[in-house]
Design a protein around this ligand. Structure first.
Ligand SMILES: Cc1cc2nc3c(=O)[nH]c(=O)nc-3n(C[C@H](O)[C@H](O)[C@H](O)COP(=O)(O)O)c2cc1C
Length: 209
């Protein structure tokens, strides 16, 4: 399948069959998420991988018992940082310096620019900014899963406070923003598996000049 065929093949899978995902495929999906671009490259979020059935069991009631939670092989929870500090920026500058083999002092101006944004933004604006980056990662994960022929469901239908509590995210300074369940479709029990994809007409979506 080419990329477009993979995107046509995928759908938001409501029923999965519990079959595990080969490690290589899961790793490819995680690598695609790792390669997601973010503003300044700061990556102000974490991604939590849940494979443990006992934890899925605890998550389910906070996800309105959507069946794909327990029937999936794995769940990725995209959790933006609840605050971004100058120390986070310094850590990132050190990572760039180490990776590219340059002195960290060469990055002072770049670091100060990011720190300027961080210190001049409200906590709410910073969280929303971090969450937008996390959603890009969700998109990369979705697309990568389709290429790997792994079914998935992007999800916002959950109570973040409950998810945060089960996973101890508050203590880590994180908030669950969105999820991606991964697994294999149970086509016989999922009416959506054969439903035609509904998208707006190209002429309505794209505005050309
Ligand atoms: C951010 C986001 C949140 C979503 N939340 C849920 C959800 O909680 N449960 C669910 O079954 N589908 C959820 N969906 C799936 C959408 O309903 C679905 O992607 C959309 O109807 C298009 O259908 P398709 O993905 O099958 O092409 C969500 C999708 C996105 C992008």
């Amino acid at each position: 399948m080419n990329f477009i065929e993979s995107l046509e093949w995928r759908y938001a899978t409501k029923r999965m069959n519990g079959q595990p995902i080969p490690t290589e495929k899961l790793n490819n999906i995680l690598d695609a998420i790792l390669l997601t671009p973010s503003s300044y490259g700061l990556t102000p979020y974490n991604v939590i991988l849940v494979e443990d059935p006992a934890i899925k069991e605890q998550l389910a009631p906070h996800c309105y018992n959507q069946p794909q939670i327990k029937e999936s092989a794995a769940i990725l929870i995209f959790a933006p940082w609840k605050s971004i500090t100058a120390a986070n920026v310094d850590e990132y500058m050190n990572e760039i310096a180490a990776t590219r083999g340059i002195p960290v002092e060469a990055l002072t101006e770049f670091g100060n620019m990011i720190k300027g944004k961080v210190t001049n933004s409200s906590a709410e604006d910073l969280y929303n900014w971090a969450a937008k980056q996390a959603y890009i990662a969700l998109g990369f994960g979705l697309a990568a899963a389709a290429i790997e022929e792994v079914d998935s469901t992007p999800m916002e239908g959950f109570n973040p406070a409950g998810i945060n509590e089960v996973l101890g995210l508050d203590a880590k300074g994180l908030n669950a923003a969105c999820m991606l369940t991964l697994g294999y479709r149970d086509a016989a029990n999922d009416y959506l598996s054969s439903a035609k994809k509904v998208r707006r007409d190209k002429e309505k979506l794209f505005i050309k000049y």
